[in-house]
Design a protein around this ligand. Structure first.
Ligand SMILES: Cc1cc2nc3c(=O)[nH]c(=O)nc-3n(C[C@H](O)[C@H](O)[C@H](O)COP(=O)(O)OP(=O)(O)OC[C@H]3O[C@@H](n4cnc5c(N)ncnc54)[C@H](O)[C@@H]3O)c2cc1C
Length: 573
């Protein structure tokens, strides 16, 4: 079938929802989501959303901006960081007025808590800046925005999996989507497409991300030959449940939890003497790996302990109830009495589809691609630079999702309908048919497992040239094997085997973009730690990486960093 809407938003996480609710009522907008919208990964966010509300203690947006830029190891584009920090206050009150049930202070104001890298007075001490709803902040914001979308009558296509961007003469004409319930392939004709498809933590074996976080939007853009930006910067969150990667929110440390090594020592005191366990994630993850490498893991093994025992049952029940139940369910431990085994888990992608501060997708020359937008974790503004601060992502989604919606509306009259090449869904339908008919190839799951292990071994927290070269070689082999994969289930209804196959191709493309970018950057900055180049090198590397696919292979480019207020300095905490 052919569907037609002025504006198509792919992804119903918080970025997609916030953009859609901005456009609703003023233009014909539809949301497509491969999972049921409220199952988007945004709903799993635990810790909260950052804003200098000053409800608990003095704070300012300038301090928030500074922390964002310093946390990013100075790779953040500072115009974007300024918008984020300033607009945060309006954005959180807007959510409150929509009905988000934030925790409260005794006076009834929105309560705030500590989080990694958020400080007062330019790094003096930790500051209470995070607005939260226990440890299910994403869930309540998600449900509130979804309700708003339904109330505004936005047309939603749930469980429609976008497989192609339709693009002609440098302009967007819509998308092609596979309907999970029927197995049919449809063309959606539109003037504008906004990609809000989330992250791709599933490139790694150990991750806090949902199964659906496979980076489809970024892969679609990459496949068109457009660049991706800063792909080498992959955030590992310090506290994933050992062996599983399920997240224990940083709020656990924000509420007073501490990390201990095999000797029972609170080791973060050595790495970040001022804010200790509340240092940014890249530093804490490196510290954990270093402790383990030097034999101070628990019993010499590959984990450390998160100690919440001194917080007391009441606080755990009130502020950290979800993670307490995860610890009980997955480990059979009681966080009020037992130490929790944790290790770093792949959590967030700083890199993605390059966009300007209005969400328009841009090429190497900063020219906007007509009709194409991106927002949320799949995009790279670049706000989070080389390392994102906790609770700045939910904020990014609602601030920049809204801005993209506003910009789309302002420019819609000037955005023409592009006639698609005829018929636009034919190629995707053929590709899917080919996959279903190939009987003797390998199953996607085996290739995916190897991919995830390869990235874990050679391209996680610490990297070096030899390891990265090996990753790039292995990925090329896996890509070849994936050309001949077979799907076991040939059915038409809810064929999740087929979806696994489609997603695997995206994961492989993005893994290659990550590894090639990481090999190229011969310095250490933020989440990108090269053991063979341990120092930050501003003279040569204070710039963004661009990576694109060409007929000759992967090509690397660059783009300057926009520095307005804060000149790069040594980064100590
Ligand atoms: C466990 C966890 C806890 C977190 N906690 C916090 C926190 O406390 N604070 C914070 O600031 N950040 C947190 N983050 C980060 C933050 O939640 C994410 O970065 C953010 O939710 C991403 O939102 P999004 O709107 O970009 O995409 P998502 O919420 O991931 O949604 C992606 C959407 O795209 C759709 N989609 C994807 N591919 C396709 C396709 N091919 N076709 C159609 N639809 C598609 C999906 O169906 C989904 O609707 C956390 C992340 C995790 C994993």
């Amino acid at each position: 079938m052919i569907f037609k809407h002025d504006v198509l938003i792919v992804g119903a996480g918080l970025a997609g929802l916030r953009a859609a609710t901005e456009v609703a009522g003023k233009a014909d907008v539809a949301l497509l989501s491969k999972v049921y919208p409220t199952r988007s990964h945004s709903g799993a966010a635990q810790g909260g959303i950052a804003a200098a509300l000053e409800n608990e203690e003095p704070d300012s947006w300038e301090w928030h901006m500074y922390d964002t830029v310093k946390g990013a190891d100075y790779l953040s584009d500072q115009d974007a960081a300024e918008i984020l920090a300033k607009d945060a206050i309006r954005a959180v009150y807007e959510l409150e007025h929509m009905g988000v049930p934030f925790n409260r202070t005794p006076e009834g104001k929105i309560a705030q808590r500590f989080f990694g890298g958020h400080t007062r007075n330019f790094g003096e001490a930790a500051v209470k800046r995070i607005c939260y709803a226990a440890d299910r902040s994403g869930r309540v914001i998600m449900d509130t925005l979804y309700f708003d979308a339904v109330k505004k009558g936005i047309k939603i296509y749930p469980e429609f999996h976008v497989v192609d961007l339709v693009y002609r003469d440098g302009q967007v004409a819509g998308v092609v989507a596979y309907e999970l319930a029927t197995g049919e392939v449809h063309f959606f004709h539109s003037r504008v497409v906004l990609l809000a498809t989330g992250g791709y933590g599933k490139v790694y074996k150990v991750t806090s991300n949902a199964f659906a976080s496979t980076g489809d939007g970024a892969a679609l853009v990459y496949r068109l030959g457009l660049p991706l930006q800063d792909m080498e910067f992959v955030q590992f969150h310090p506290t994933g449940i050992w062996g599983l990667g399920v997240l224990i929110t940083e709020a656990a440390r924000g509420e007073g939890g501490v990390l201990r090594n095999g000797q029972g020592e609170r080791f973060m005191e050595r790495y970040a003497p001022t804010i200790k366990d509340l240092a940014p994630r890249d530093m804490v993850s490196r510290a954990i790996y270093t402790e383990m490498a030097q034999g101070r893991g628990i019993n010499g093994r590959d984990y450390v302990h998160l100690d919440l025992t001194h917080l007391g049952e009441k606080k755990l029940a009130e502020r950290l109830s979800d993670i307490s139940s995860f610890v009980k369910i997955y480990l059979g431990l009681d966080p009020a009495k037992d130490l929790i085994p944790v290790h770093p888990t792949c959590h967030y992608m700083m890199g993605g589809i390059p966009v300007n501060i209005d969400g328009a997708v841009t090429d190497e020359k900063d020219r906007a691609v007509p009709g194409l937008y991106a927002a949320g974790e799949c995009s790279c503004i670049s706000l989070h630079g080389a390392n994102r601060l906790g609770c700045n992502s939910l904020l990014d989604l609602v601030v920049f999702g809204r801005r993209a919606g506003m910009h789309i509306l302002e420019n819609l009259d000037k955005t023409p309908w592009i006639d698609p090449p005829e018929p636009p869904e034919r190629e995707a339908a053929g590709r899917i048919k080919g996959l279903l008919e190939n009987r003797n190839g390998e199953k996607p799951v085996f290739i995916r497992r190897e991919l995830q292990q390869t990235m874990m071994d050679g391209c996680s927290v610490f990297r070096d040239e030899a390891g990265l070269r090996k990753v790039v070689e292995t990925l090329a082999e896996l890509e070849k094997r994936a050309c001949d994969m077979s799907i076991e289930n040939c059915g038409k209804r809810f064929n999740t085997d087929l979806i696994d196959g489609l997603e695997l191709r995206n994961l492989l493309s993005l893994a290659r973009a990550i590894a090639v970018s990481a090999l190229n950057r011969t310095e250490s900055r933020g989440a990108h730690s090269r053991e063979d180049y341990p120092a930050r090198d501003d003279e040569h590397w204070l710039k963004h990486t661009l990576v694109r696919q060409t007929d000759q292979g992967v090509a690397i480019g660059e783009r300057p960093v926009r520095i307005t207020r804060f000149q790069p300095k040594a980064r100590t905490y």
